[in-house]
Design a protein around this ligand. Structure first.
Ligand SMILES: [Zn+2]
Length: 184
């Protein structure tokens, strides 16, 4: 059952990815790993991420943060239901909602950041994250992990850029590069 769920998610990512490949490439997806990487998140969106994450504890929550007019200024958070078989330790965005948001964002030229929470572990990509996010790497500007390990009211937010290396990801490879997050 878990395998079927994963397969379904991968197909969904894959369909979205193929769609993206048909669009003209955006410049931000061609920058090199040595460029400084930044994102600005509006306070209202950050609060929405924290509130959604807190409301789903002890389960992981997920959603997509949308940018403003093709920029890396992110102002809208869209929660997505987590349909993972084990939502305490993993996440699987509802495929239909995922596809709708991604298609809309691509047609509106909005950058996307995939957001999920770690209820009781640090804001660091897990091995499951690395495996599950490979196909999303071409679609997303990056990922955000919000950890509630300290307390539900002390969220820790970290952002990472995703690089698809074409080989199995591992922690000691520069697969996730930190993104400097600014708030306004
Ligand atoms: Zn994770």
């Amino acid at each position: 059952m878990q395998n079927r769920s994963n397969q379904s998610q991968r197909q969904s990512y894959s369909q979205s990815f193929n769609l993206f490949q048909n669009q003209s490439q955006r410049s931000s997806f061609t920058d090199s790993a040595t460029d400084p990487i930044c994102a600005t998140i509006c306070t209202s969106a950050r609060k929405a991420i924290y509130a959604h994450g807190r409301s789903q504890l002890p389960k992981e929550s997920c959603g997509i943060l949308l940018g403003l007019n093709g920029s890396t200024h992110f102002d809208t958070y869209v929660p997505i239901a987590n349909h993972a078989a084990d939502p305490i330790h993993s996440f699987r965005p509802d495929p239909a909602t995922w596809t709708n948001i991604v298609m809309s964002a691509i047609s509106n030229q909005q950058q996307m950041i995939l957001v999920h929470t770690h209820p009781s572990t640090p804001p660091v990509p897990s091995s499951a994250d690395a495996e599950g996010l490979v196909l999303a790497s071409g679609l997303m500007y990056g990922i955000i992990i919000v950890s509630f390990q300290l307390s539900p009211f002390s969220p820790q937010l970290r952002a990472y850029r995703l690089y698809s290396t074409g080989r199995e990801a591992s922690f000691d490879q520069p697969y996730f590069q930190p993104i400097q997050v600014n708030y306004d």
